[in-house]
Design a protein around this ligand. Structure first.
Ligand SMILES: Nc1ncnc2c1ncn2[C@@H]1O[C@H](COP(=O)(O)OP(=O)(O)O)[C@@H](O)[C@H]1O
Ligand SMILES: [Mg+2]
Length: 226
């Protein structure tokens, strides 16, 4: 599903530092992982590799059965559609309503509009934004925008969900609710990786951990049933 073999990443090809250093790990299909580590450890960089926005400087990365180093652009584009991402900075489209932002992945994959309306409205109710469905992101609070971003990432039931500090703008009740959503998706077969600083949440939802420190994987704690 996801396999890293001695994967390193350097942003500046000349003489910059390796921001990720020889990471080796595997996440099986349907697995759940917490991605932990202090600010600057490389969590976002690792997620960028996994959602195929960057390629490893060295090492081998395989995602959904495809070797990323040798895949064509069109193959990568198709793979990306199977990956839902909650960006740390949301990346919503500012001129589209909350509804249309969440509907976007379904429209791209050509679902019928009637089904889209039902699915998106149900998702917006779940994240508590149904009443705000016609509002555009600039008029929403940080927490509301974050919930739109989460709804958009999960709406098409991706094979992989990558979430970068998805509860940073949420209160505890909302954070718990979103974790329930991630777990439900995981139960249905989605592989989930969540970068977080929310230790309370990690304690409430025990799962195997990938811990980064200064670009290195310093802990890979895997429990028996995962
Ligand atoms: N686009 C970039 N260009 C150069 N360096 C970057 C870039 N993005 C992140 N970095 C550097 O990579 C390291 C890891 O950053 P990041 O992956 O954002 O860590 P985290 O998400 O754990 O806070 C940091 O030293 C950061 O400054
Ligand atoms: Mg980050």
């Amino acid at each position: 599903m996801i396999r890293c073999e001695r994967v390193s990443l350097r942003y500046s090809l000349k003489d910059g530092p390796d921001v990720l250093r020889e990471l080796s790990f595997e996440v099986p299909e349907g697995g759940f992982r917490w991605l932990l580590g202090p600010s600057g450890a490389g969590k976002t960089s690792l997620l960028r590799l996994l959602y195929l926005a960057a390629r490893p400087t060295s090492g081998r990365l395989s995602v959904l059965g495809t070797d990323i180093g040798s895949a064509s652009r069109s193959k990568l584009a198709l793979l990306r559609r199977r990956i839902g991402v909650v960006f740390q900075d949301f990346r919503l489209l500012p001129h589209l309503s909350a509804f249309d932002n969440v509907a976007l992945p379904l429209r791209i994959s050509g679902r019928p509009e009637g089904q889209i309306r039902a699915d998106v409205n149900e998702m917006l109710r779940w994240v508590g934004l149904y009443a705000l469905r016609h509002v555009t992101p600039p008029a929403l609070s940080g927490g509301e925008q974050q919930r739109v971003a989460i709804a958009r990432a999960v709406i098409s039931r991706p094979d992989i969900l990558l979430a970068d500090e998805p509860t940073g703008n949420l209160d505890e009740v909302q954070a718990q609710r979103l974790l329930q959503l991630f777990h439900e998706l995981n139960r249905l077969g989605t592989t989930v990786i969540v970068a977080t600083h929310n230790i309370g949440l990690v304690q409430d939802y025990p799962a195997p951990t990938l811990r980064l420190q200064a670009g290195r994987l310093v802990e890979e704690r895997v429990t028996e049933d995962a």
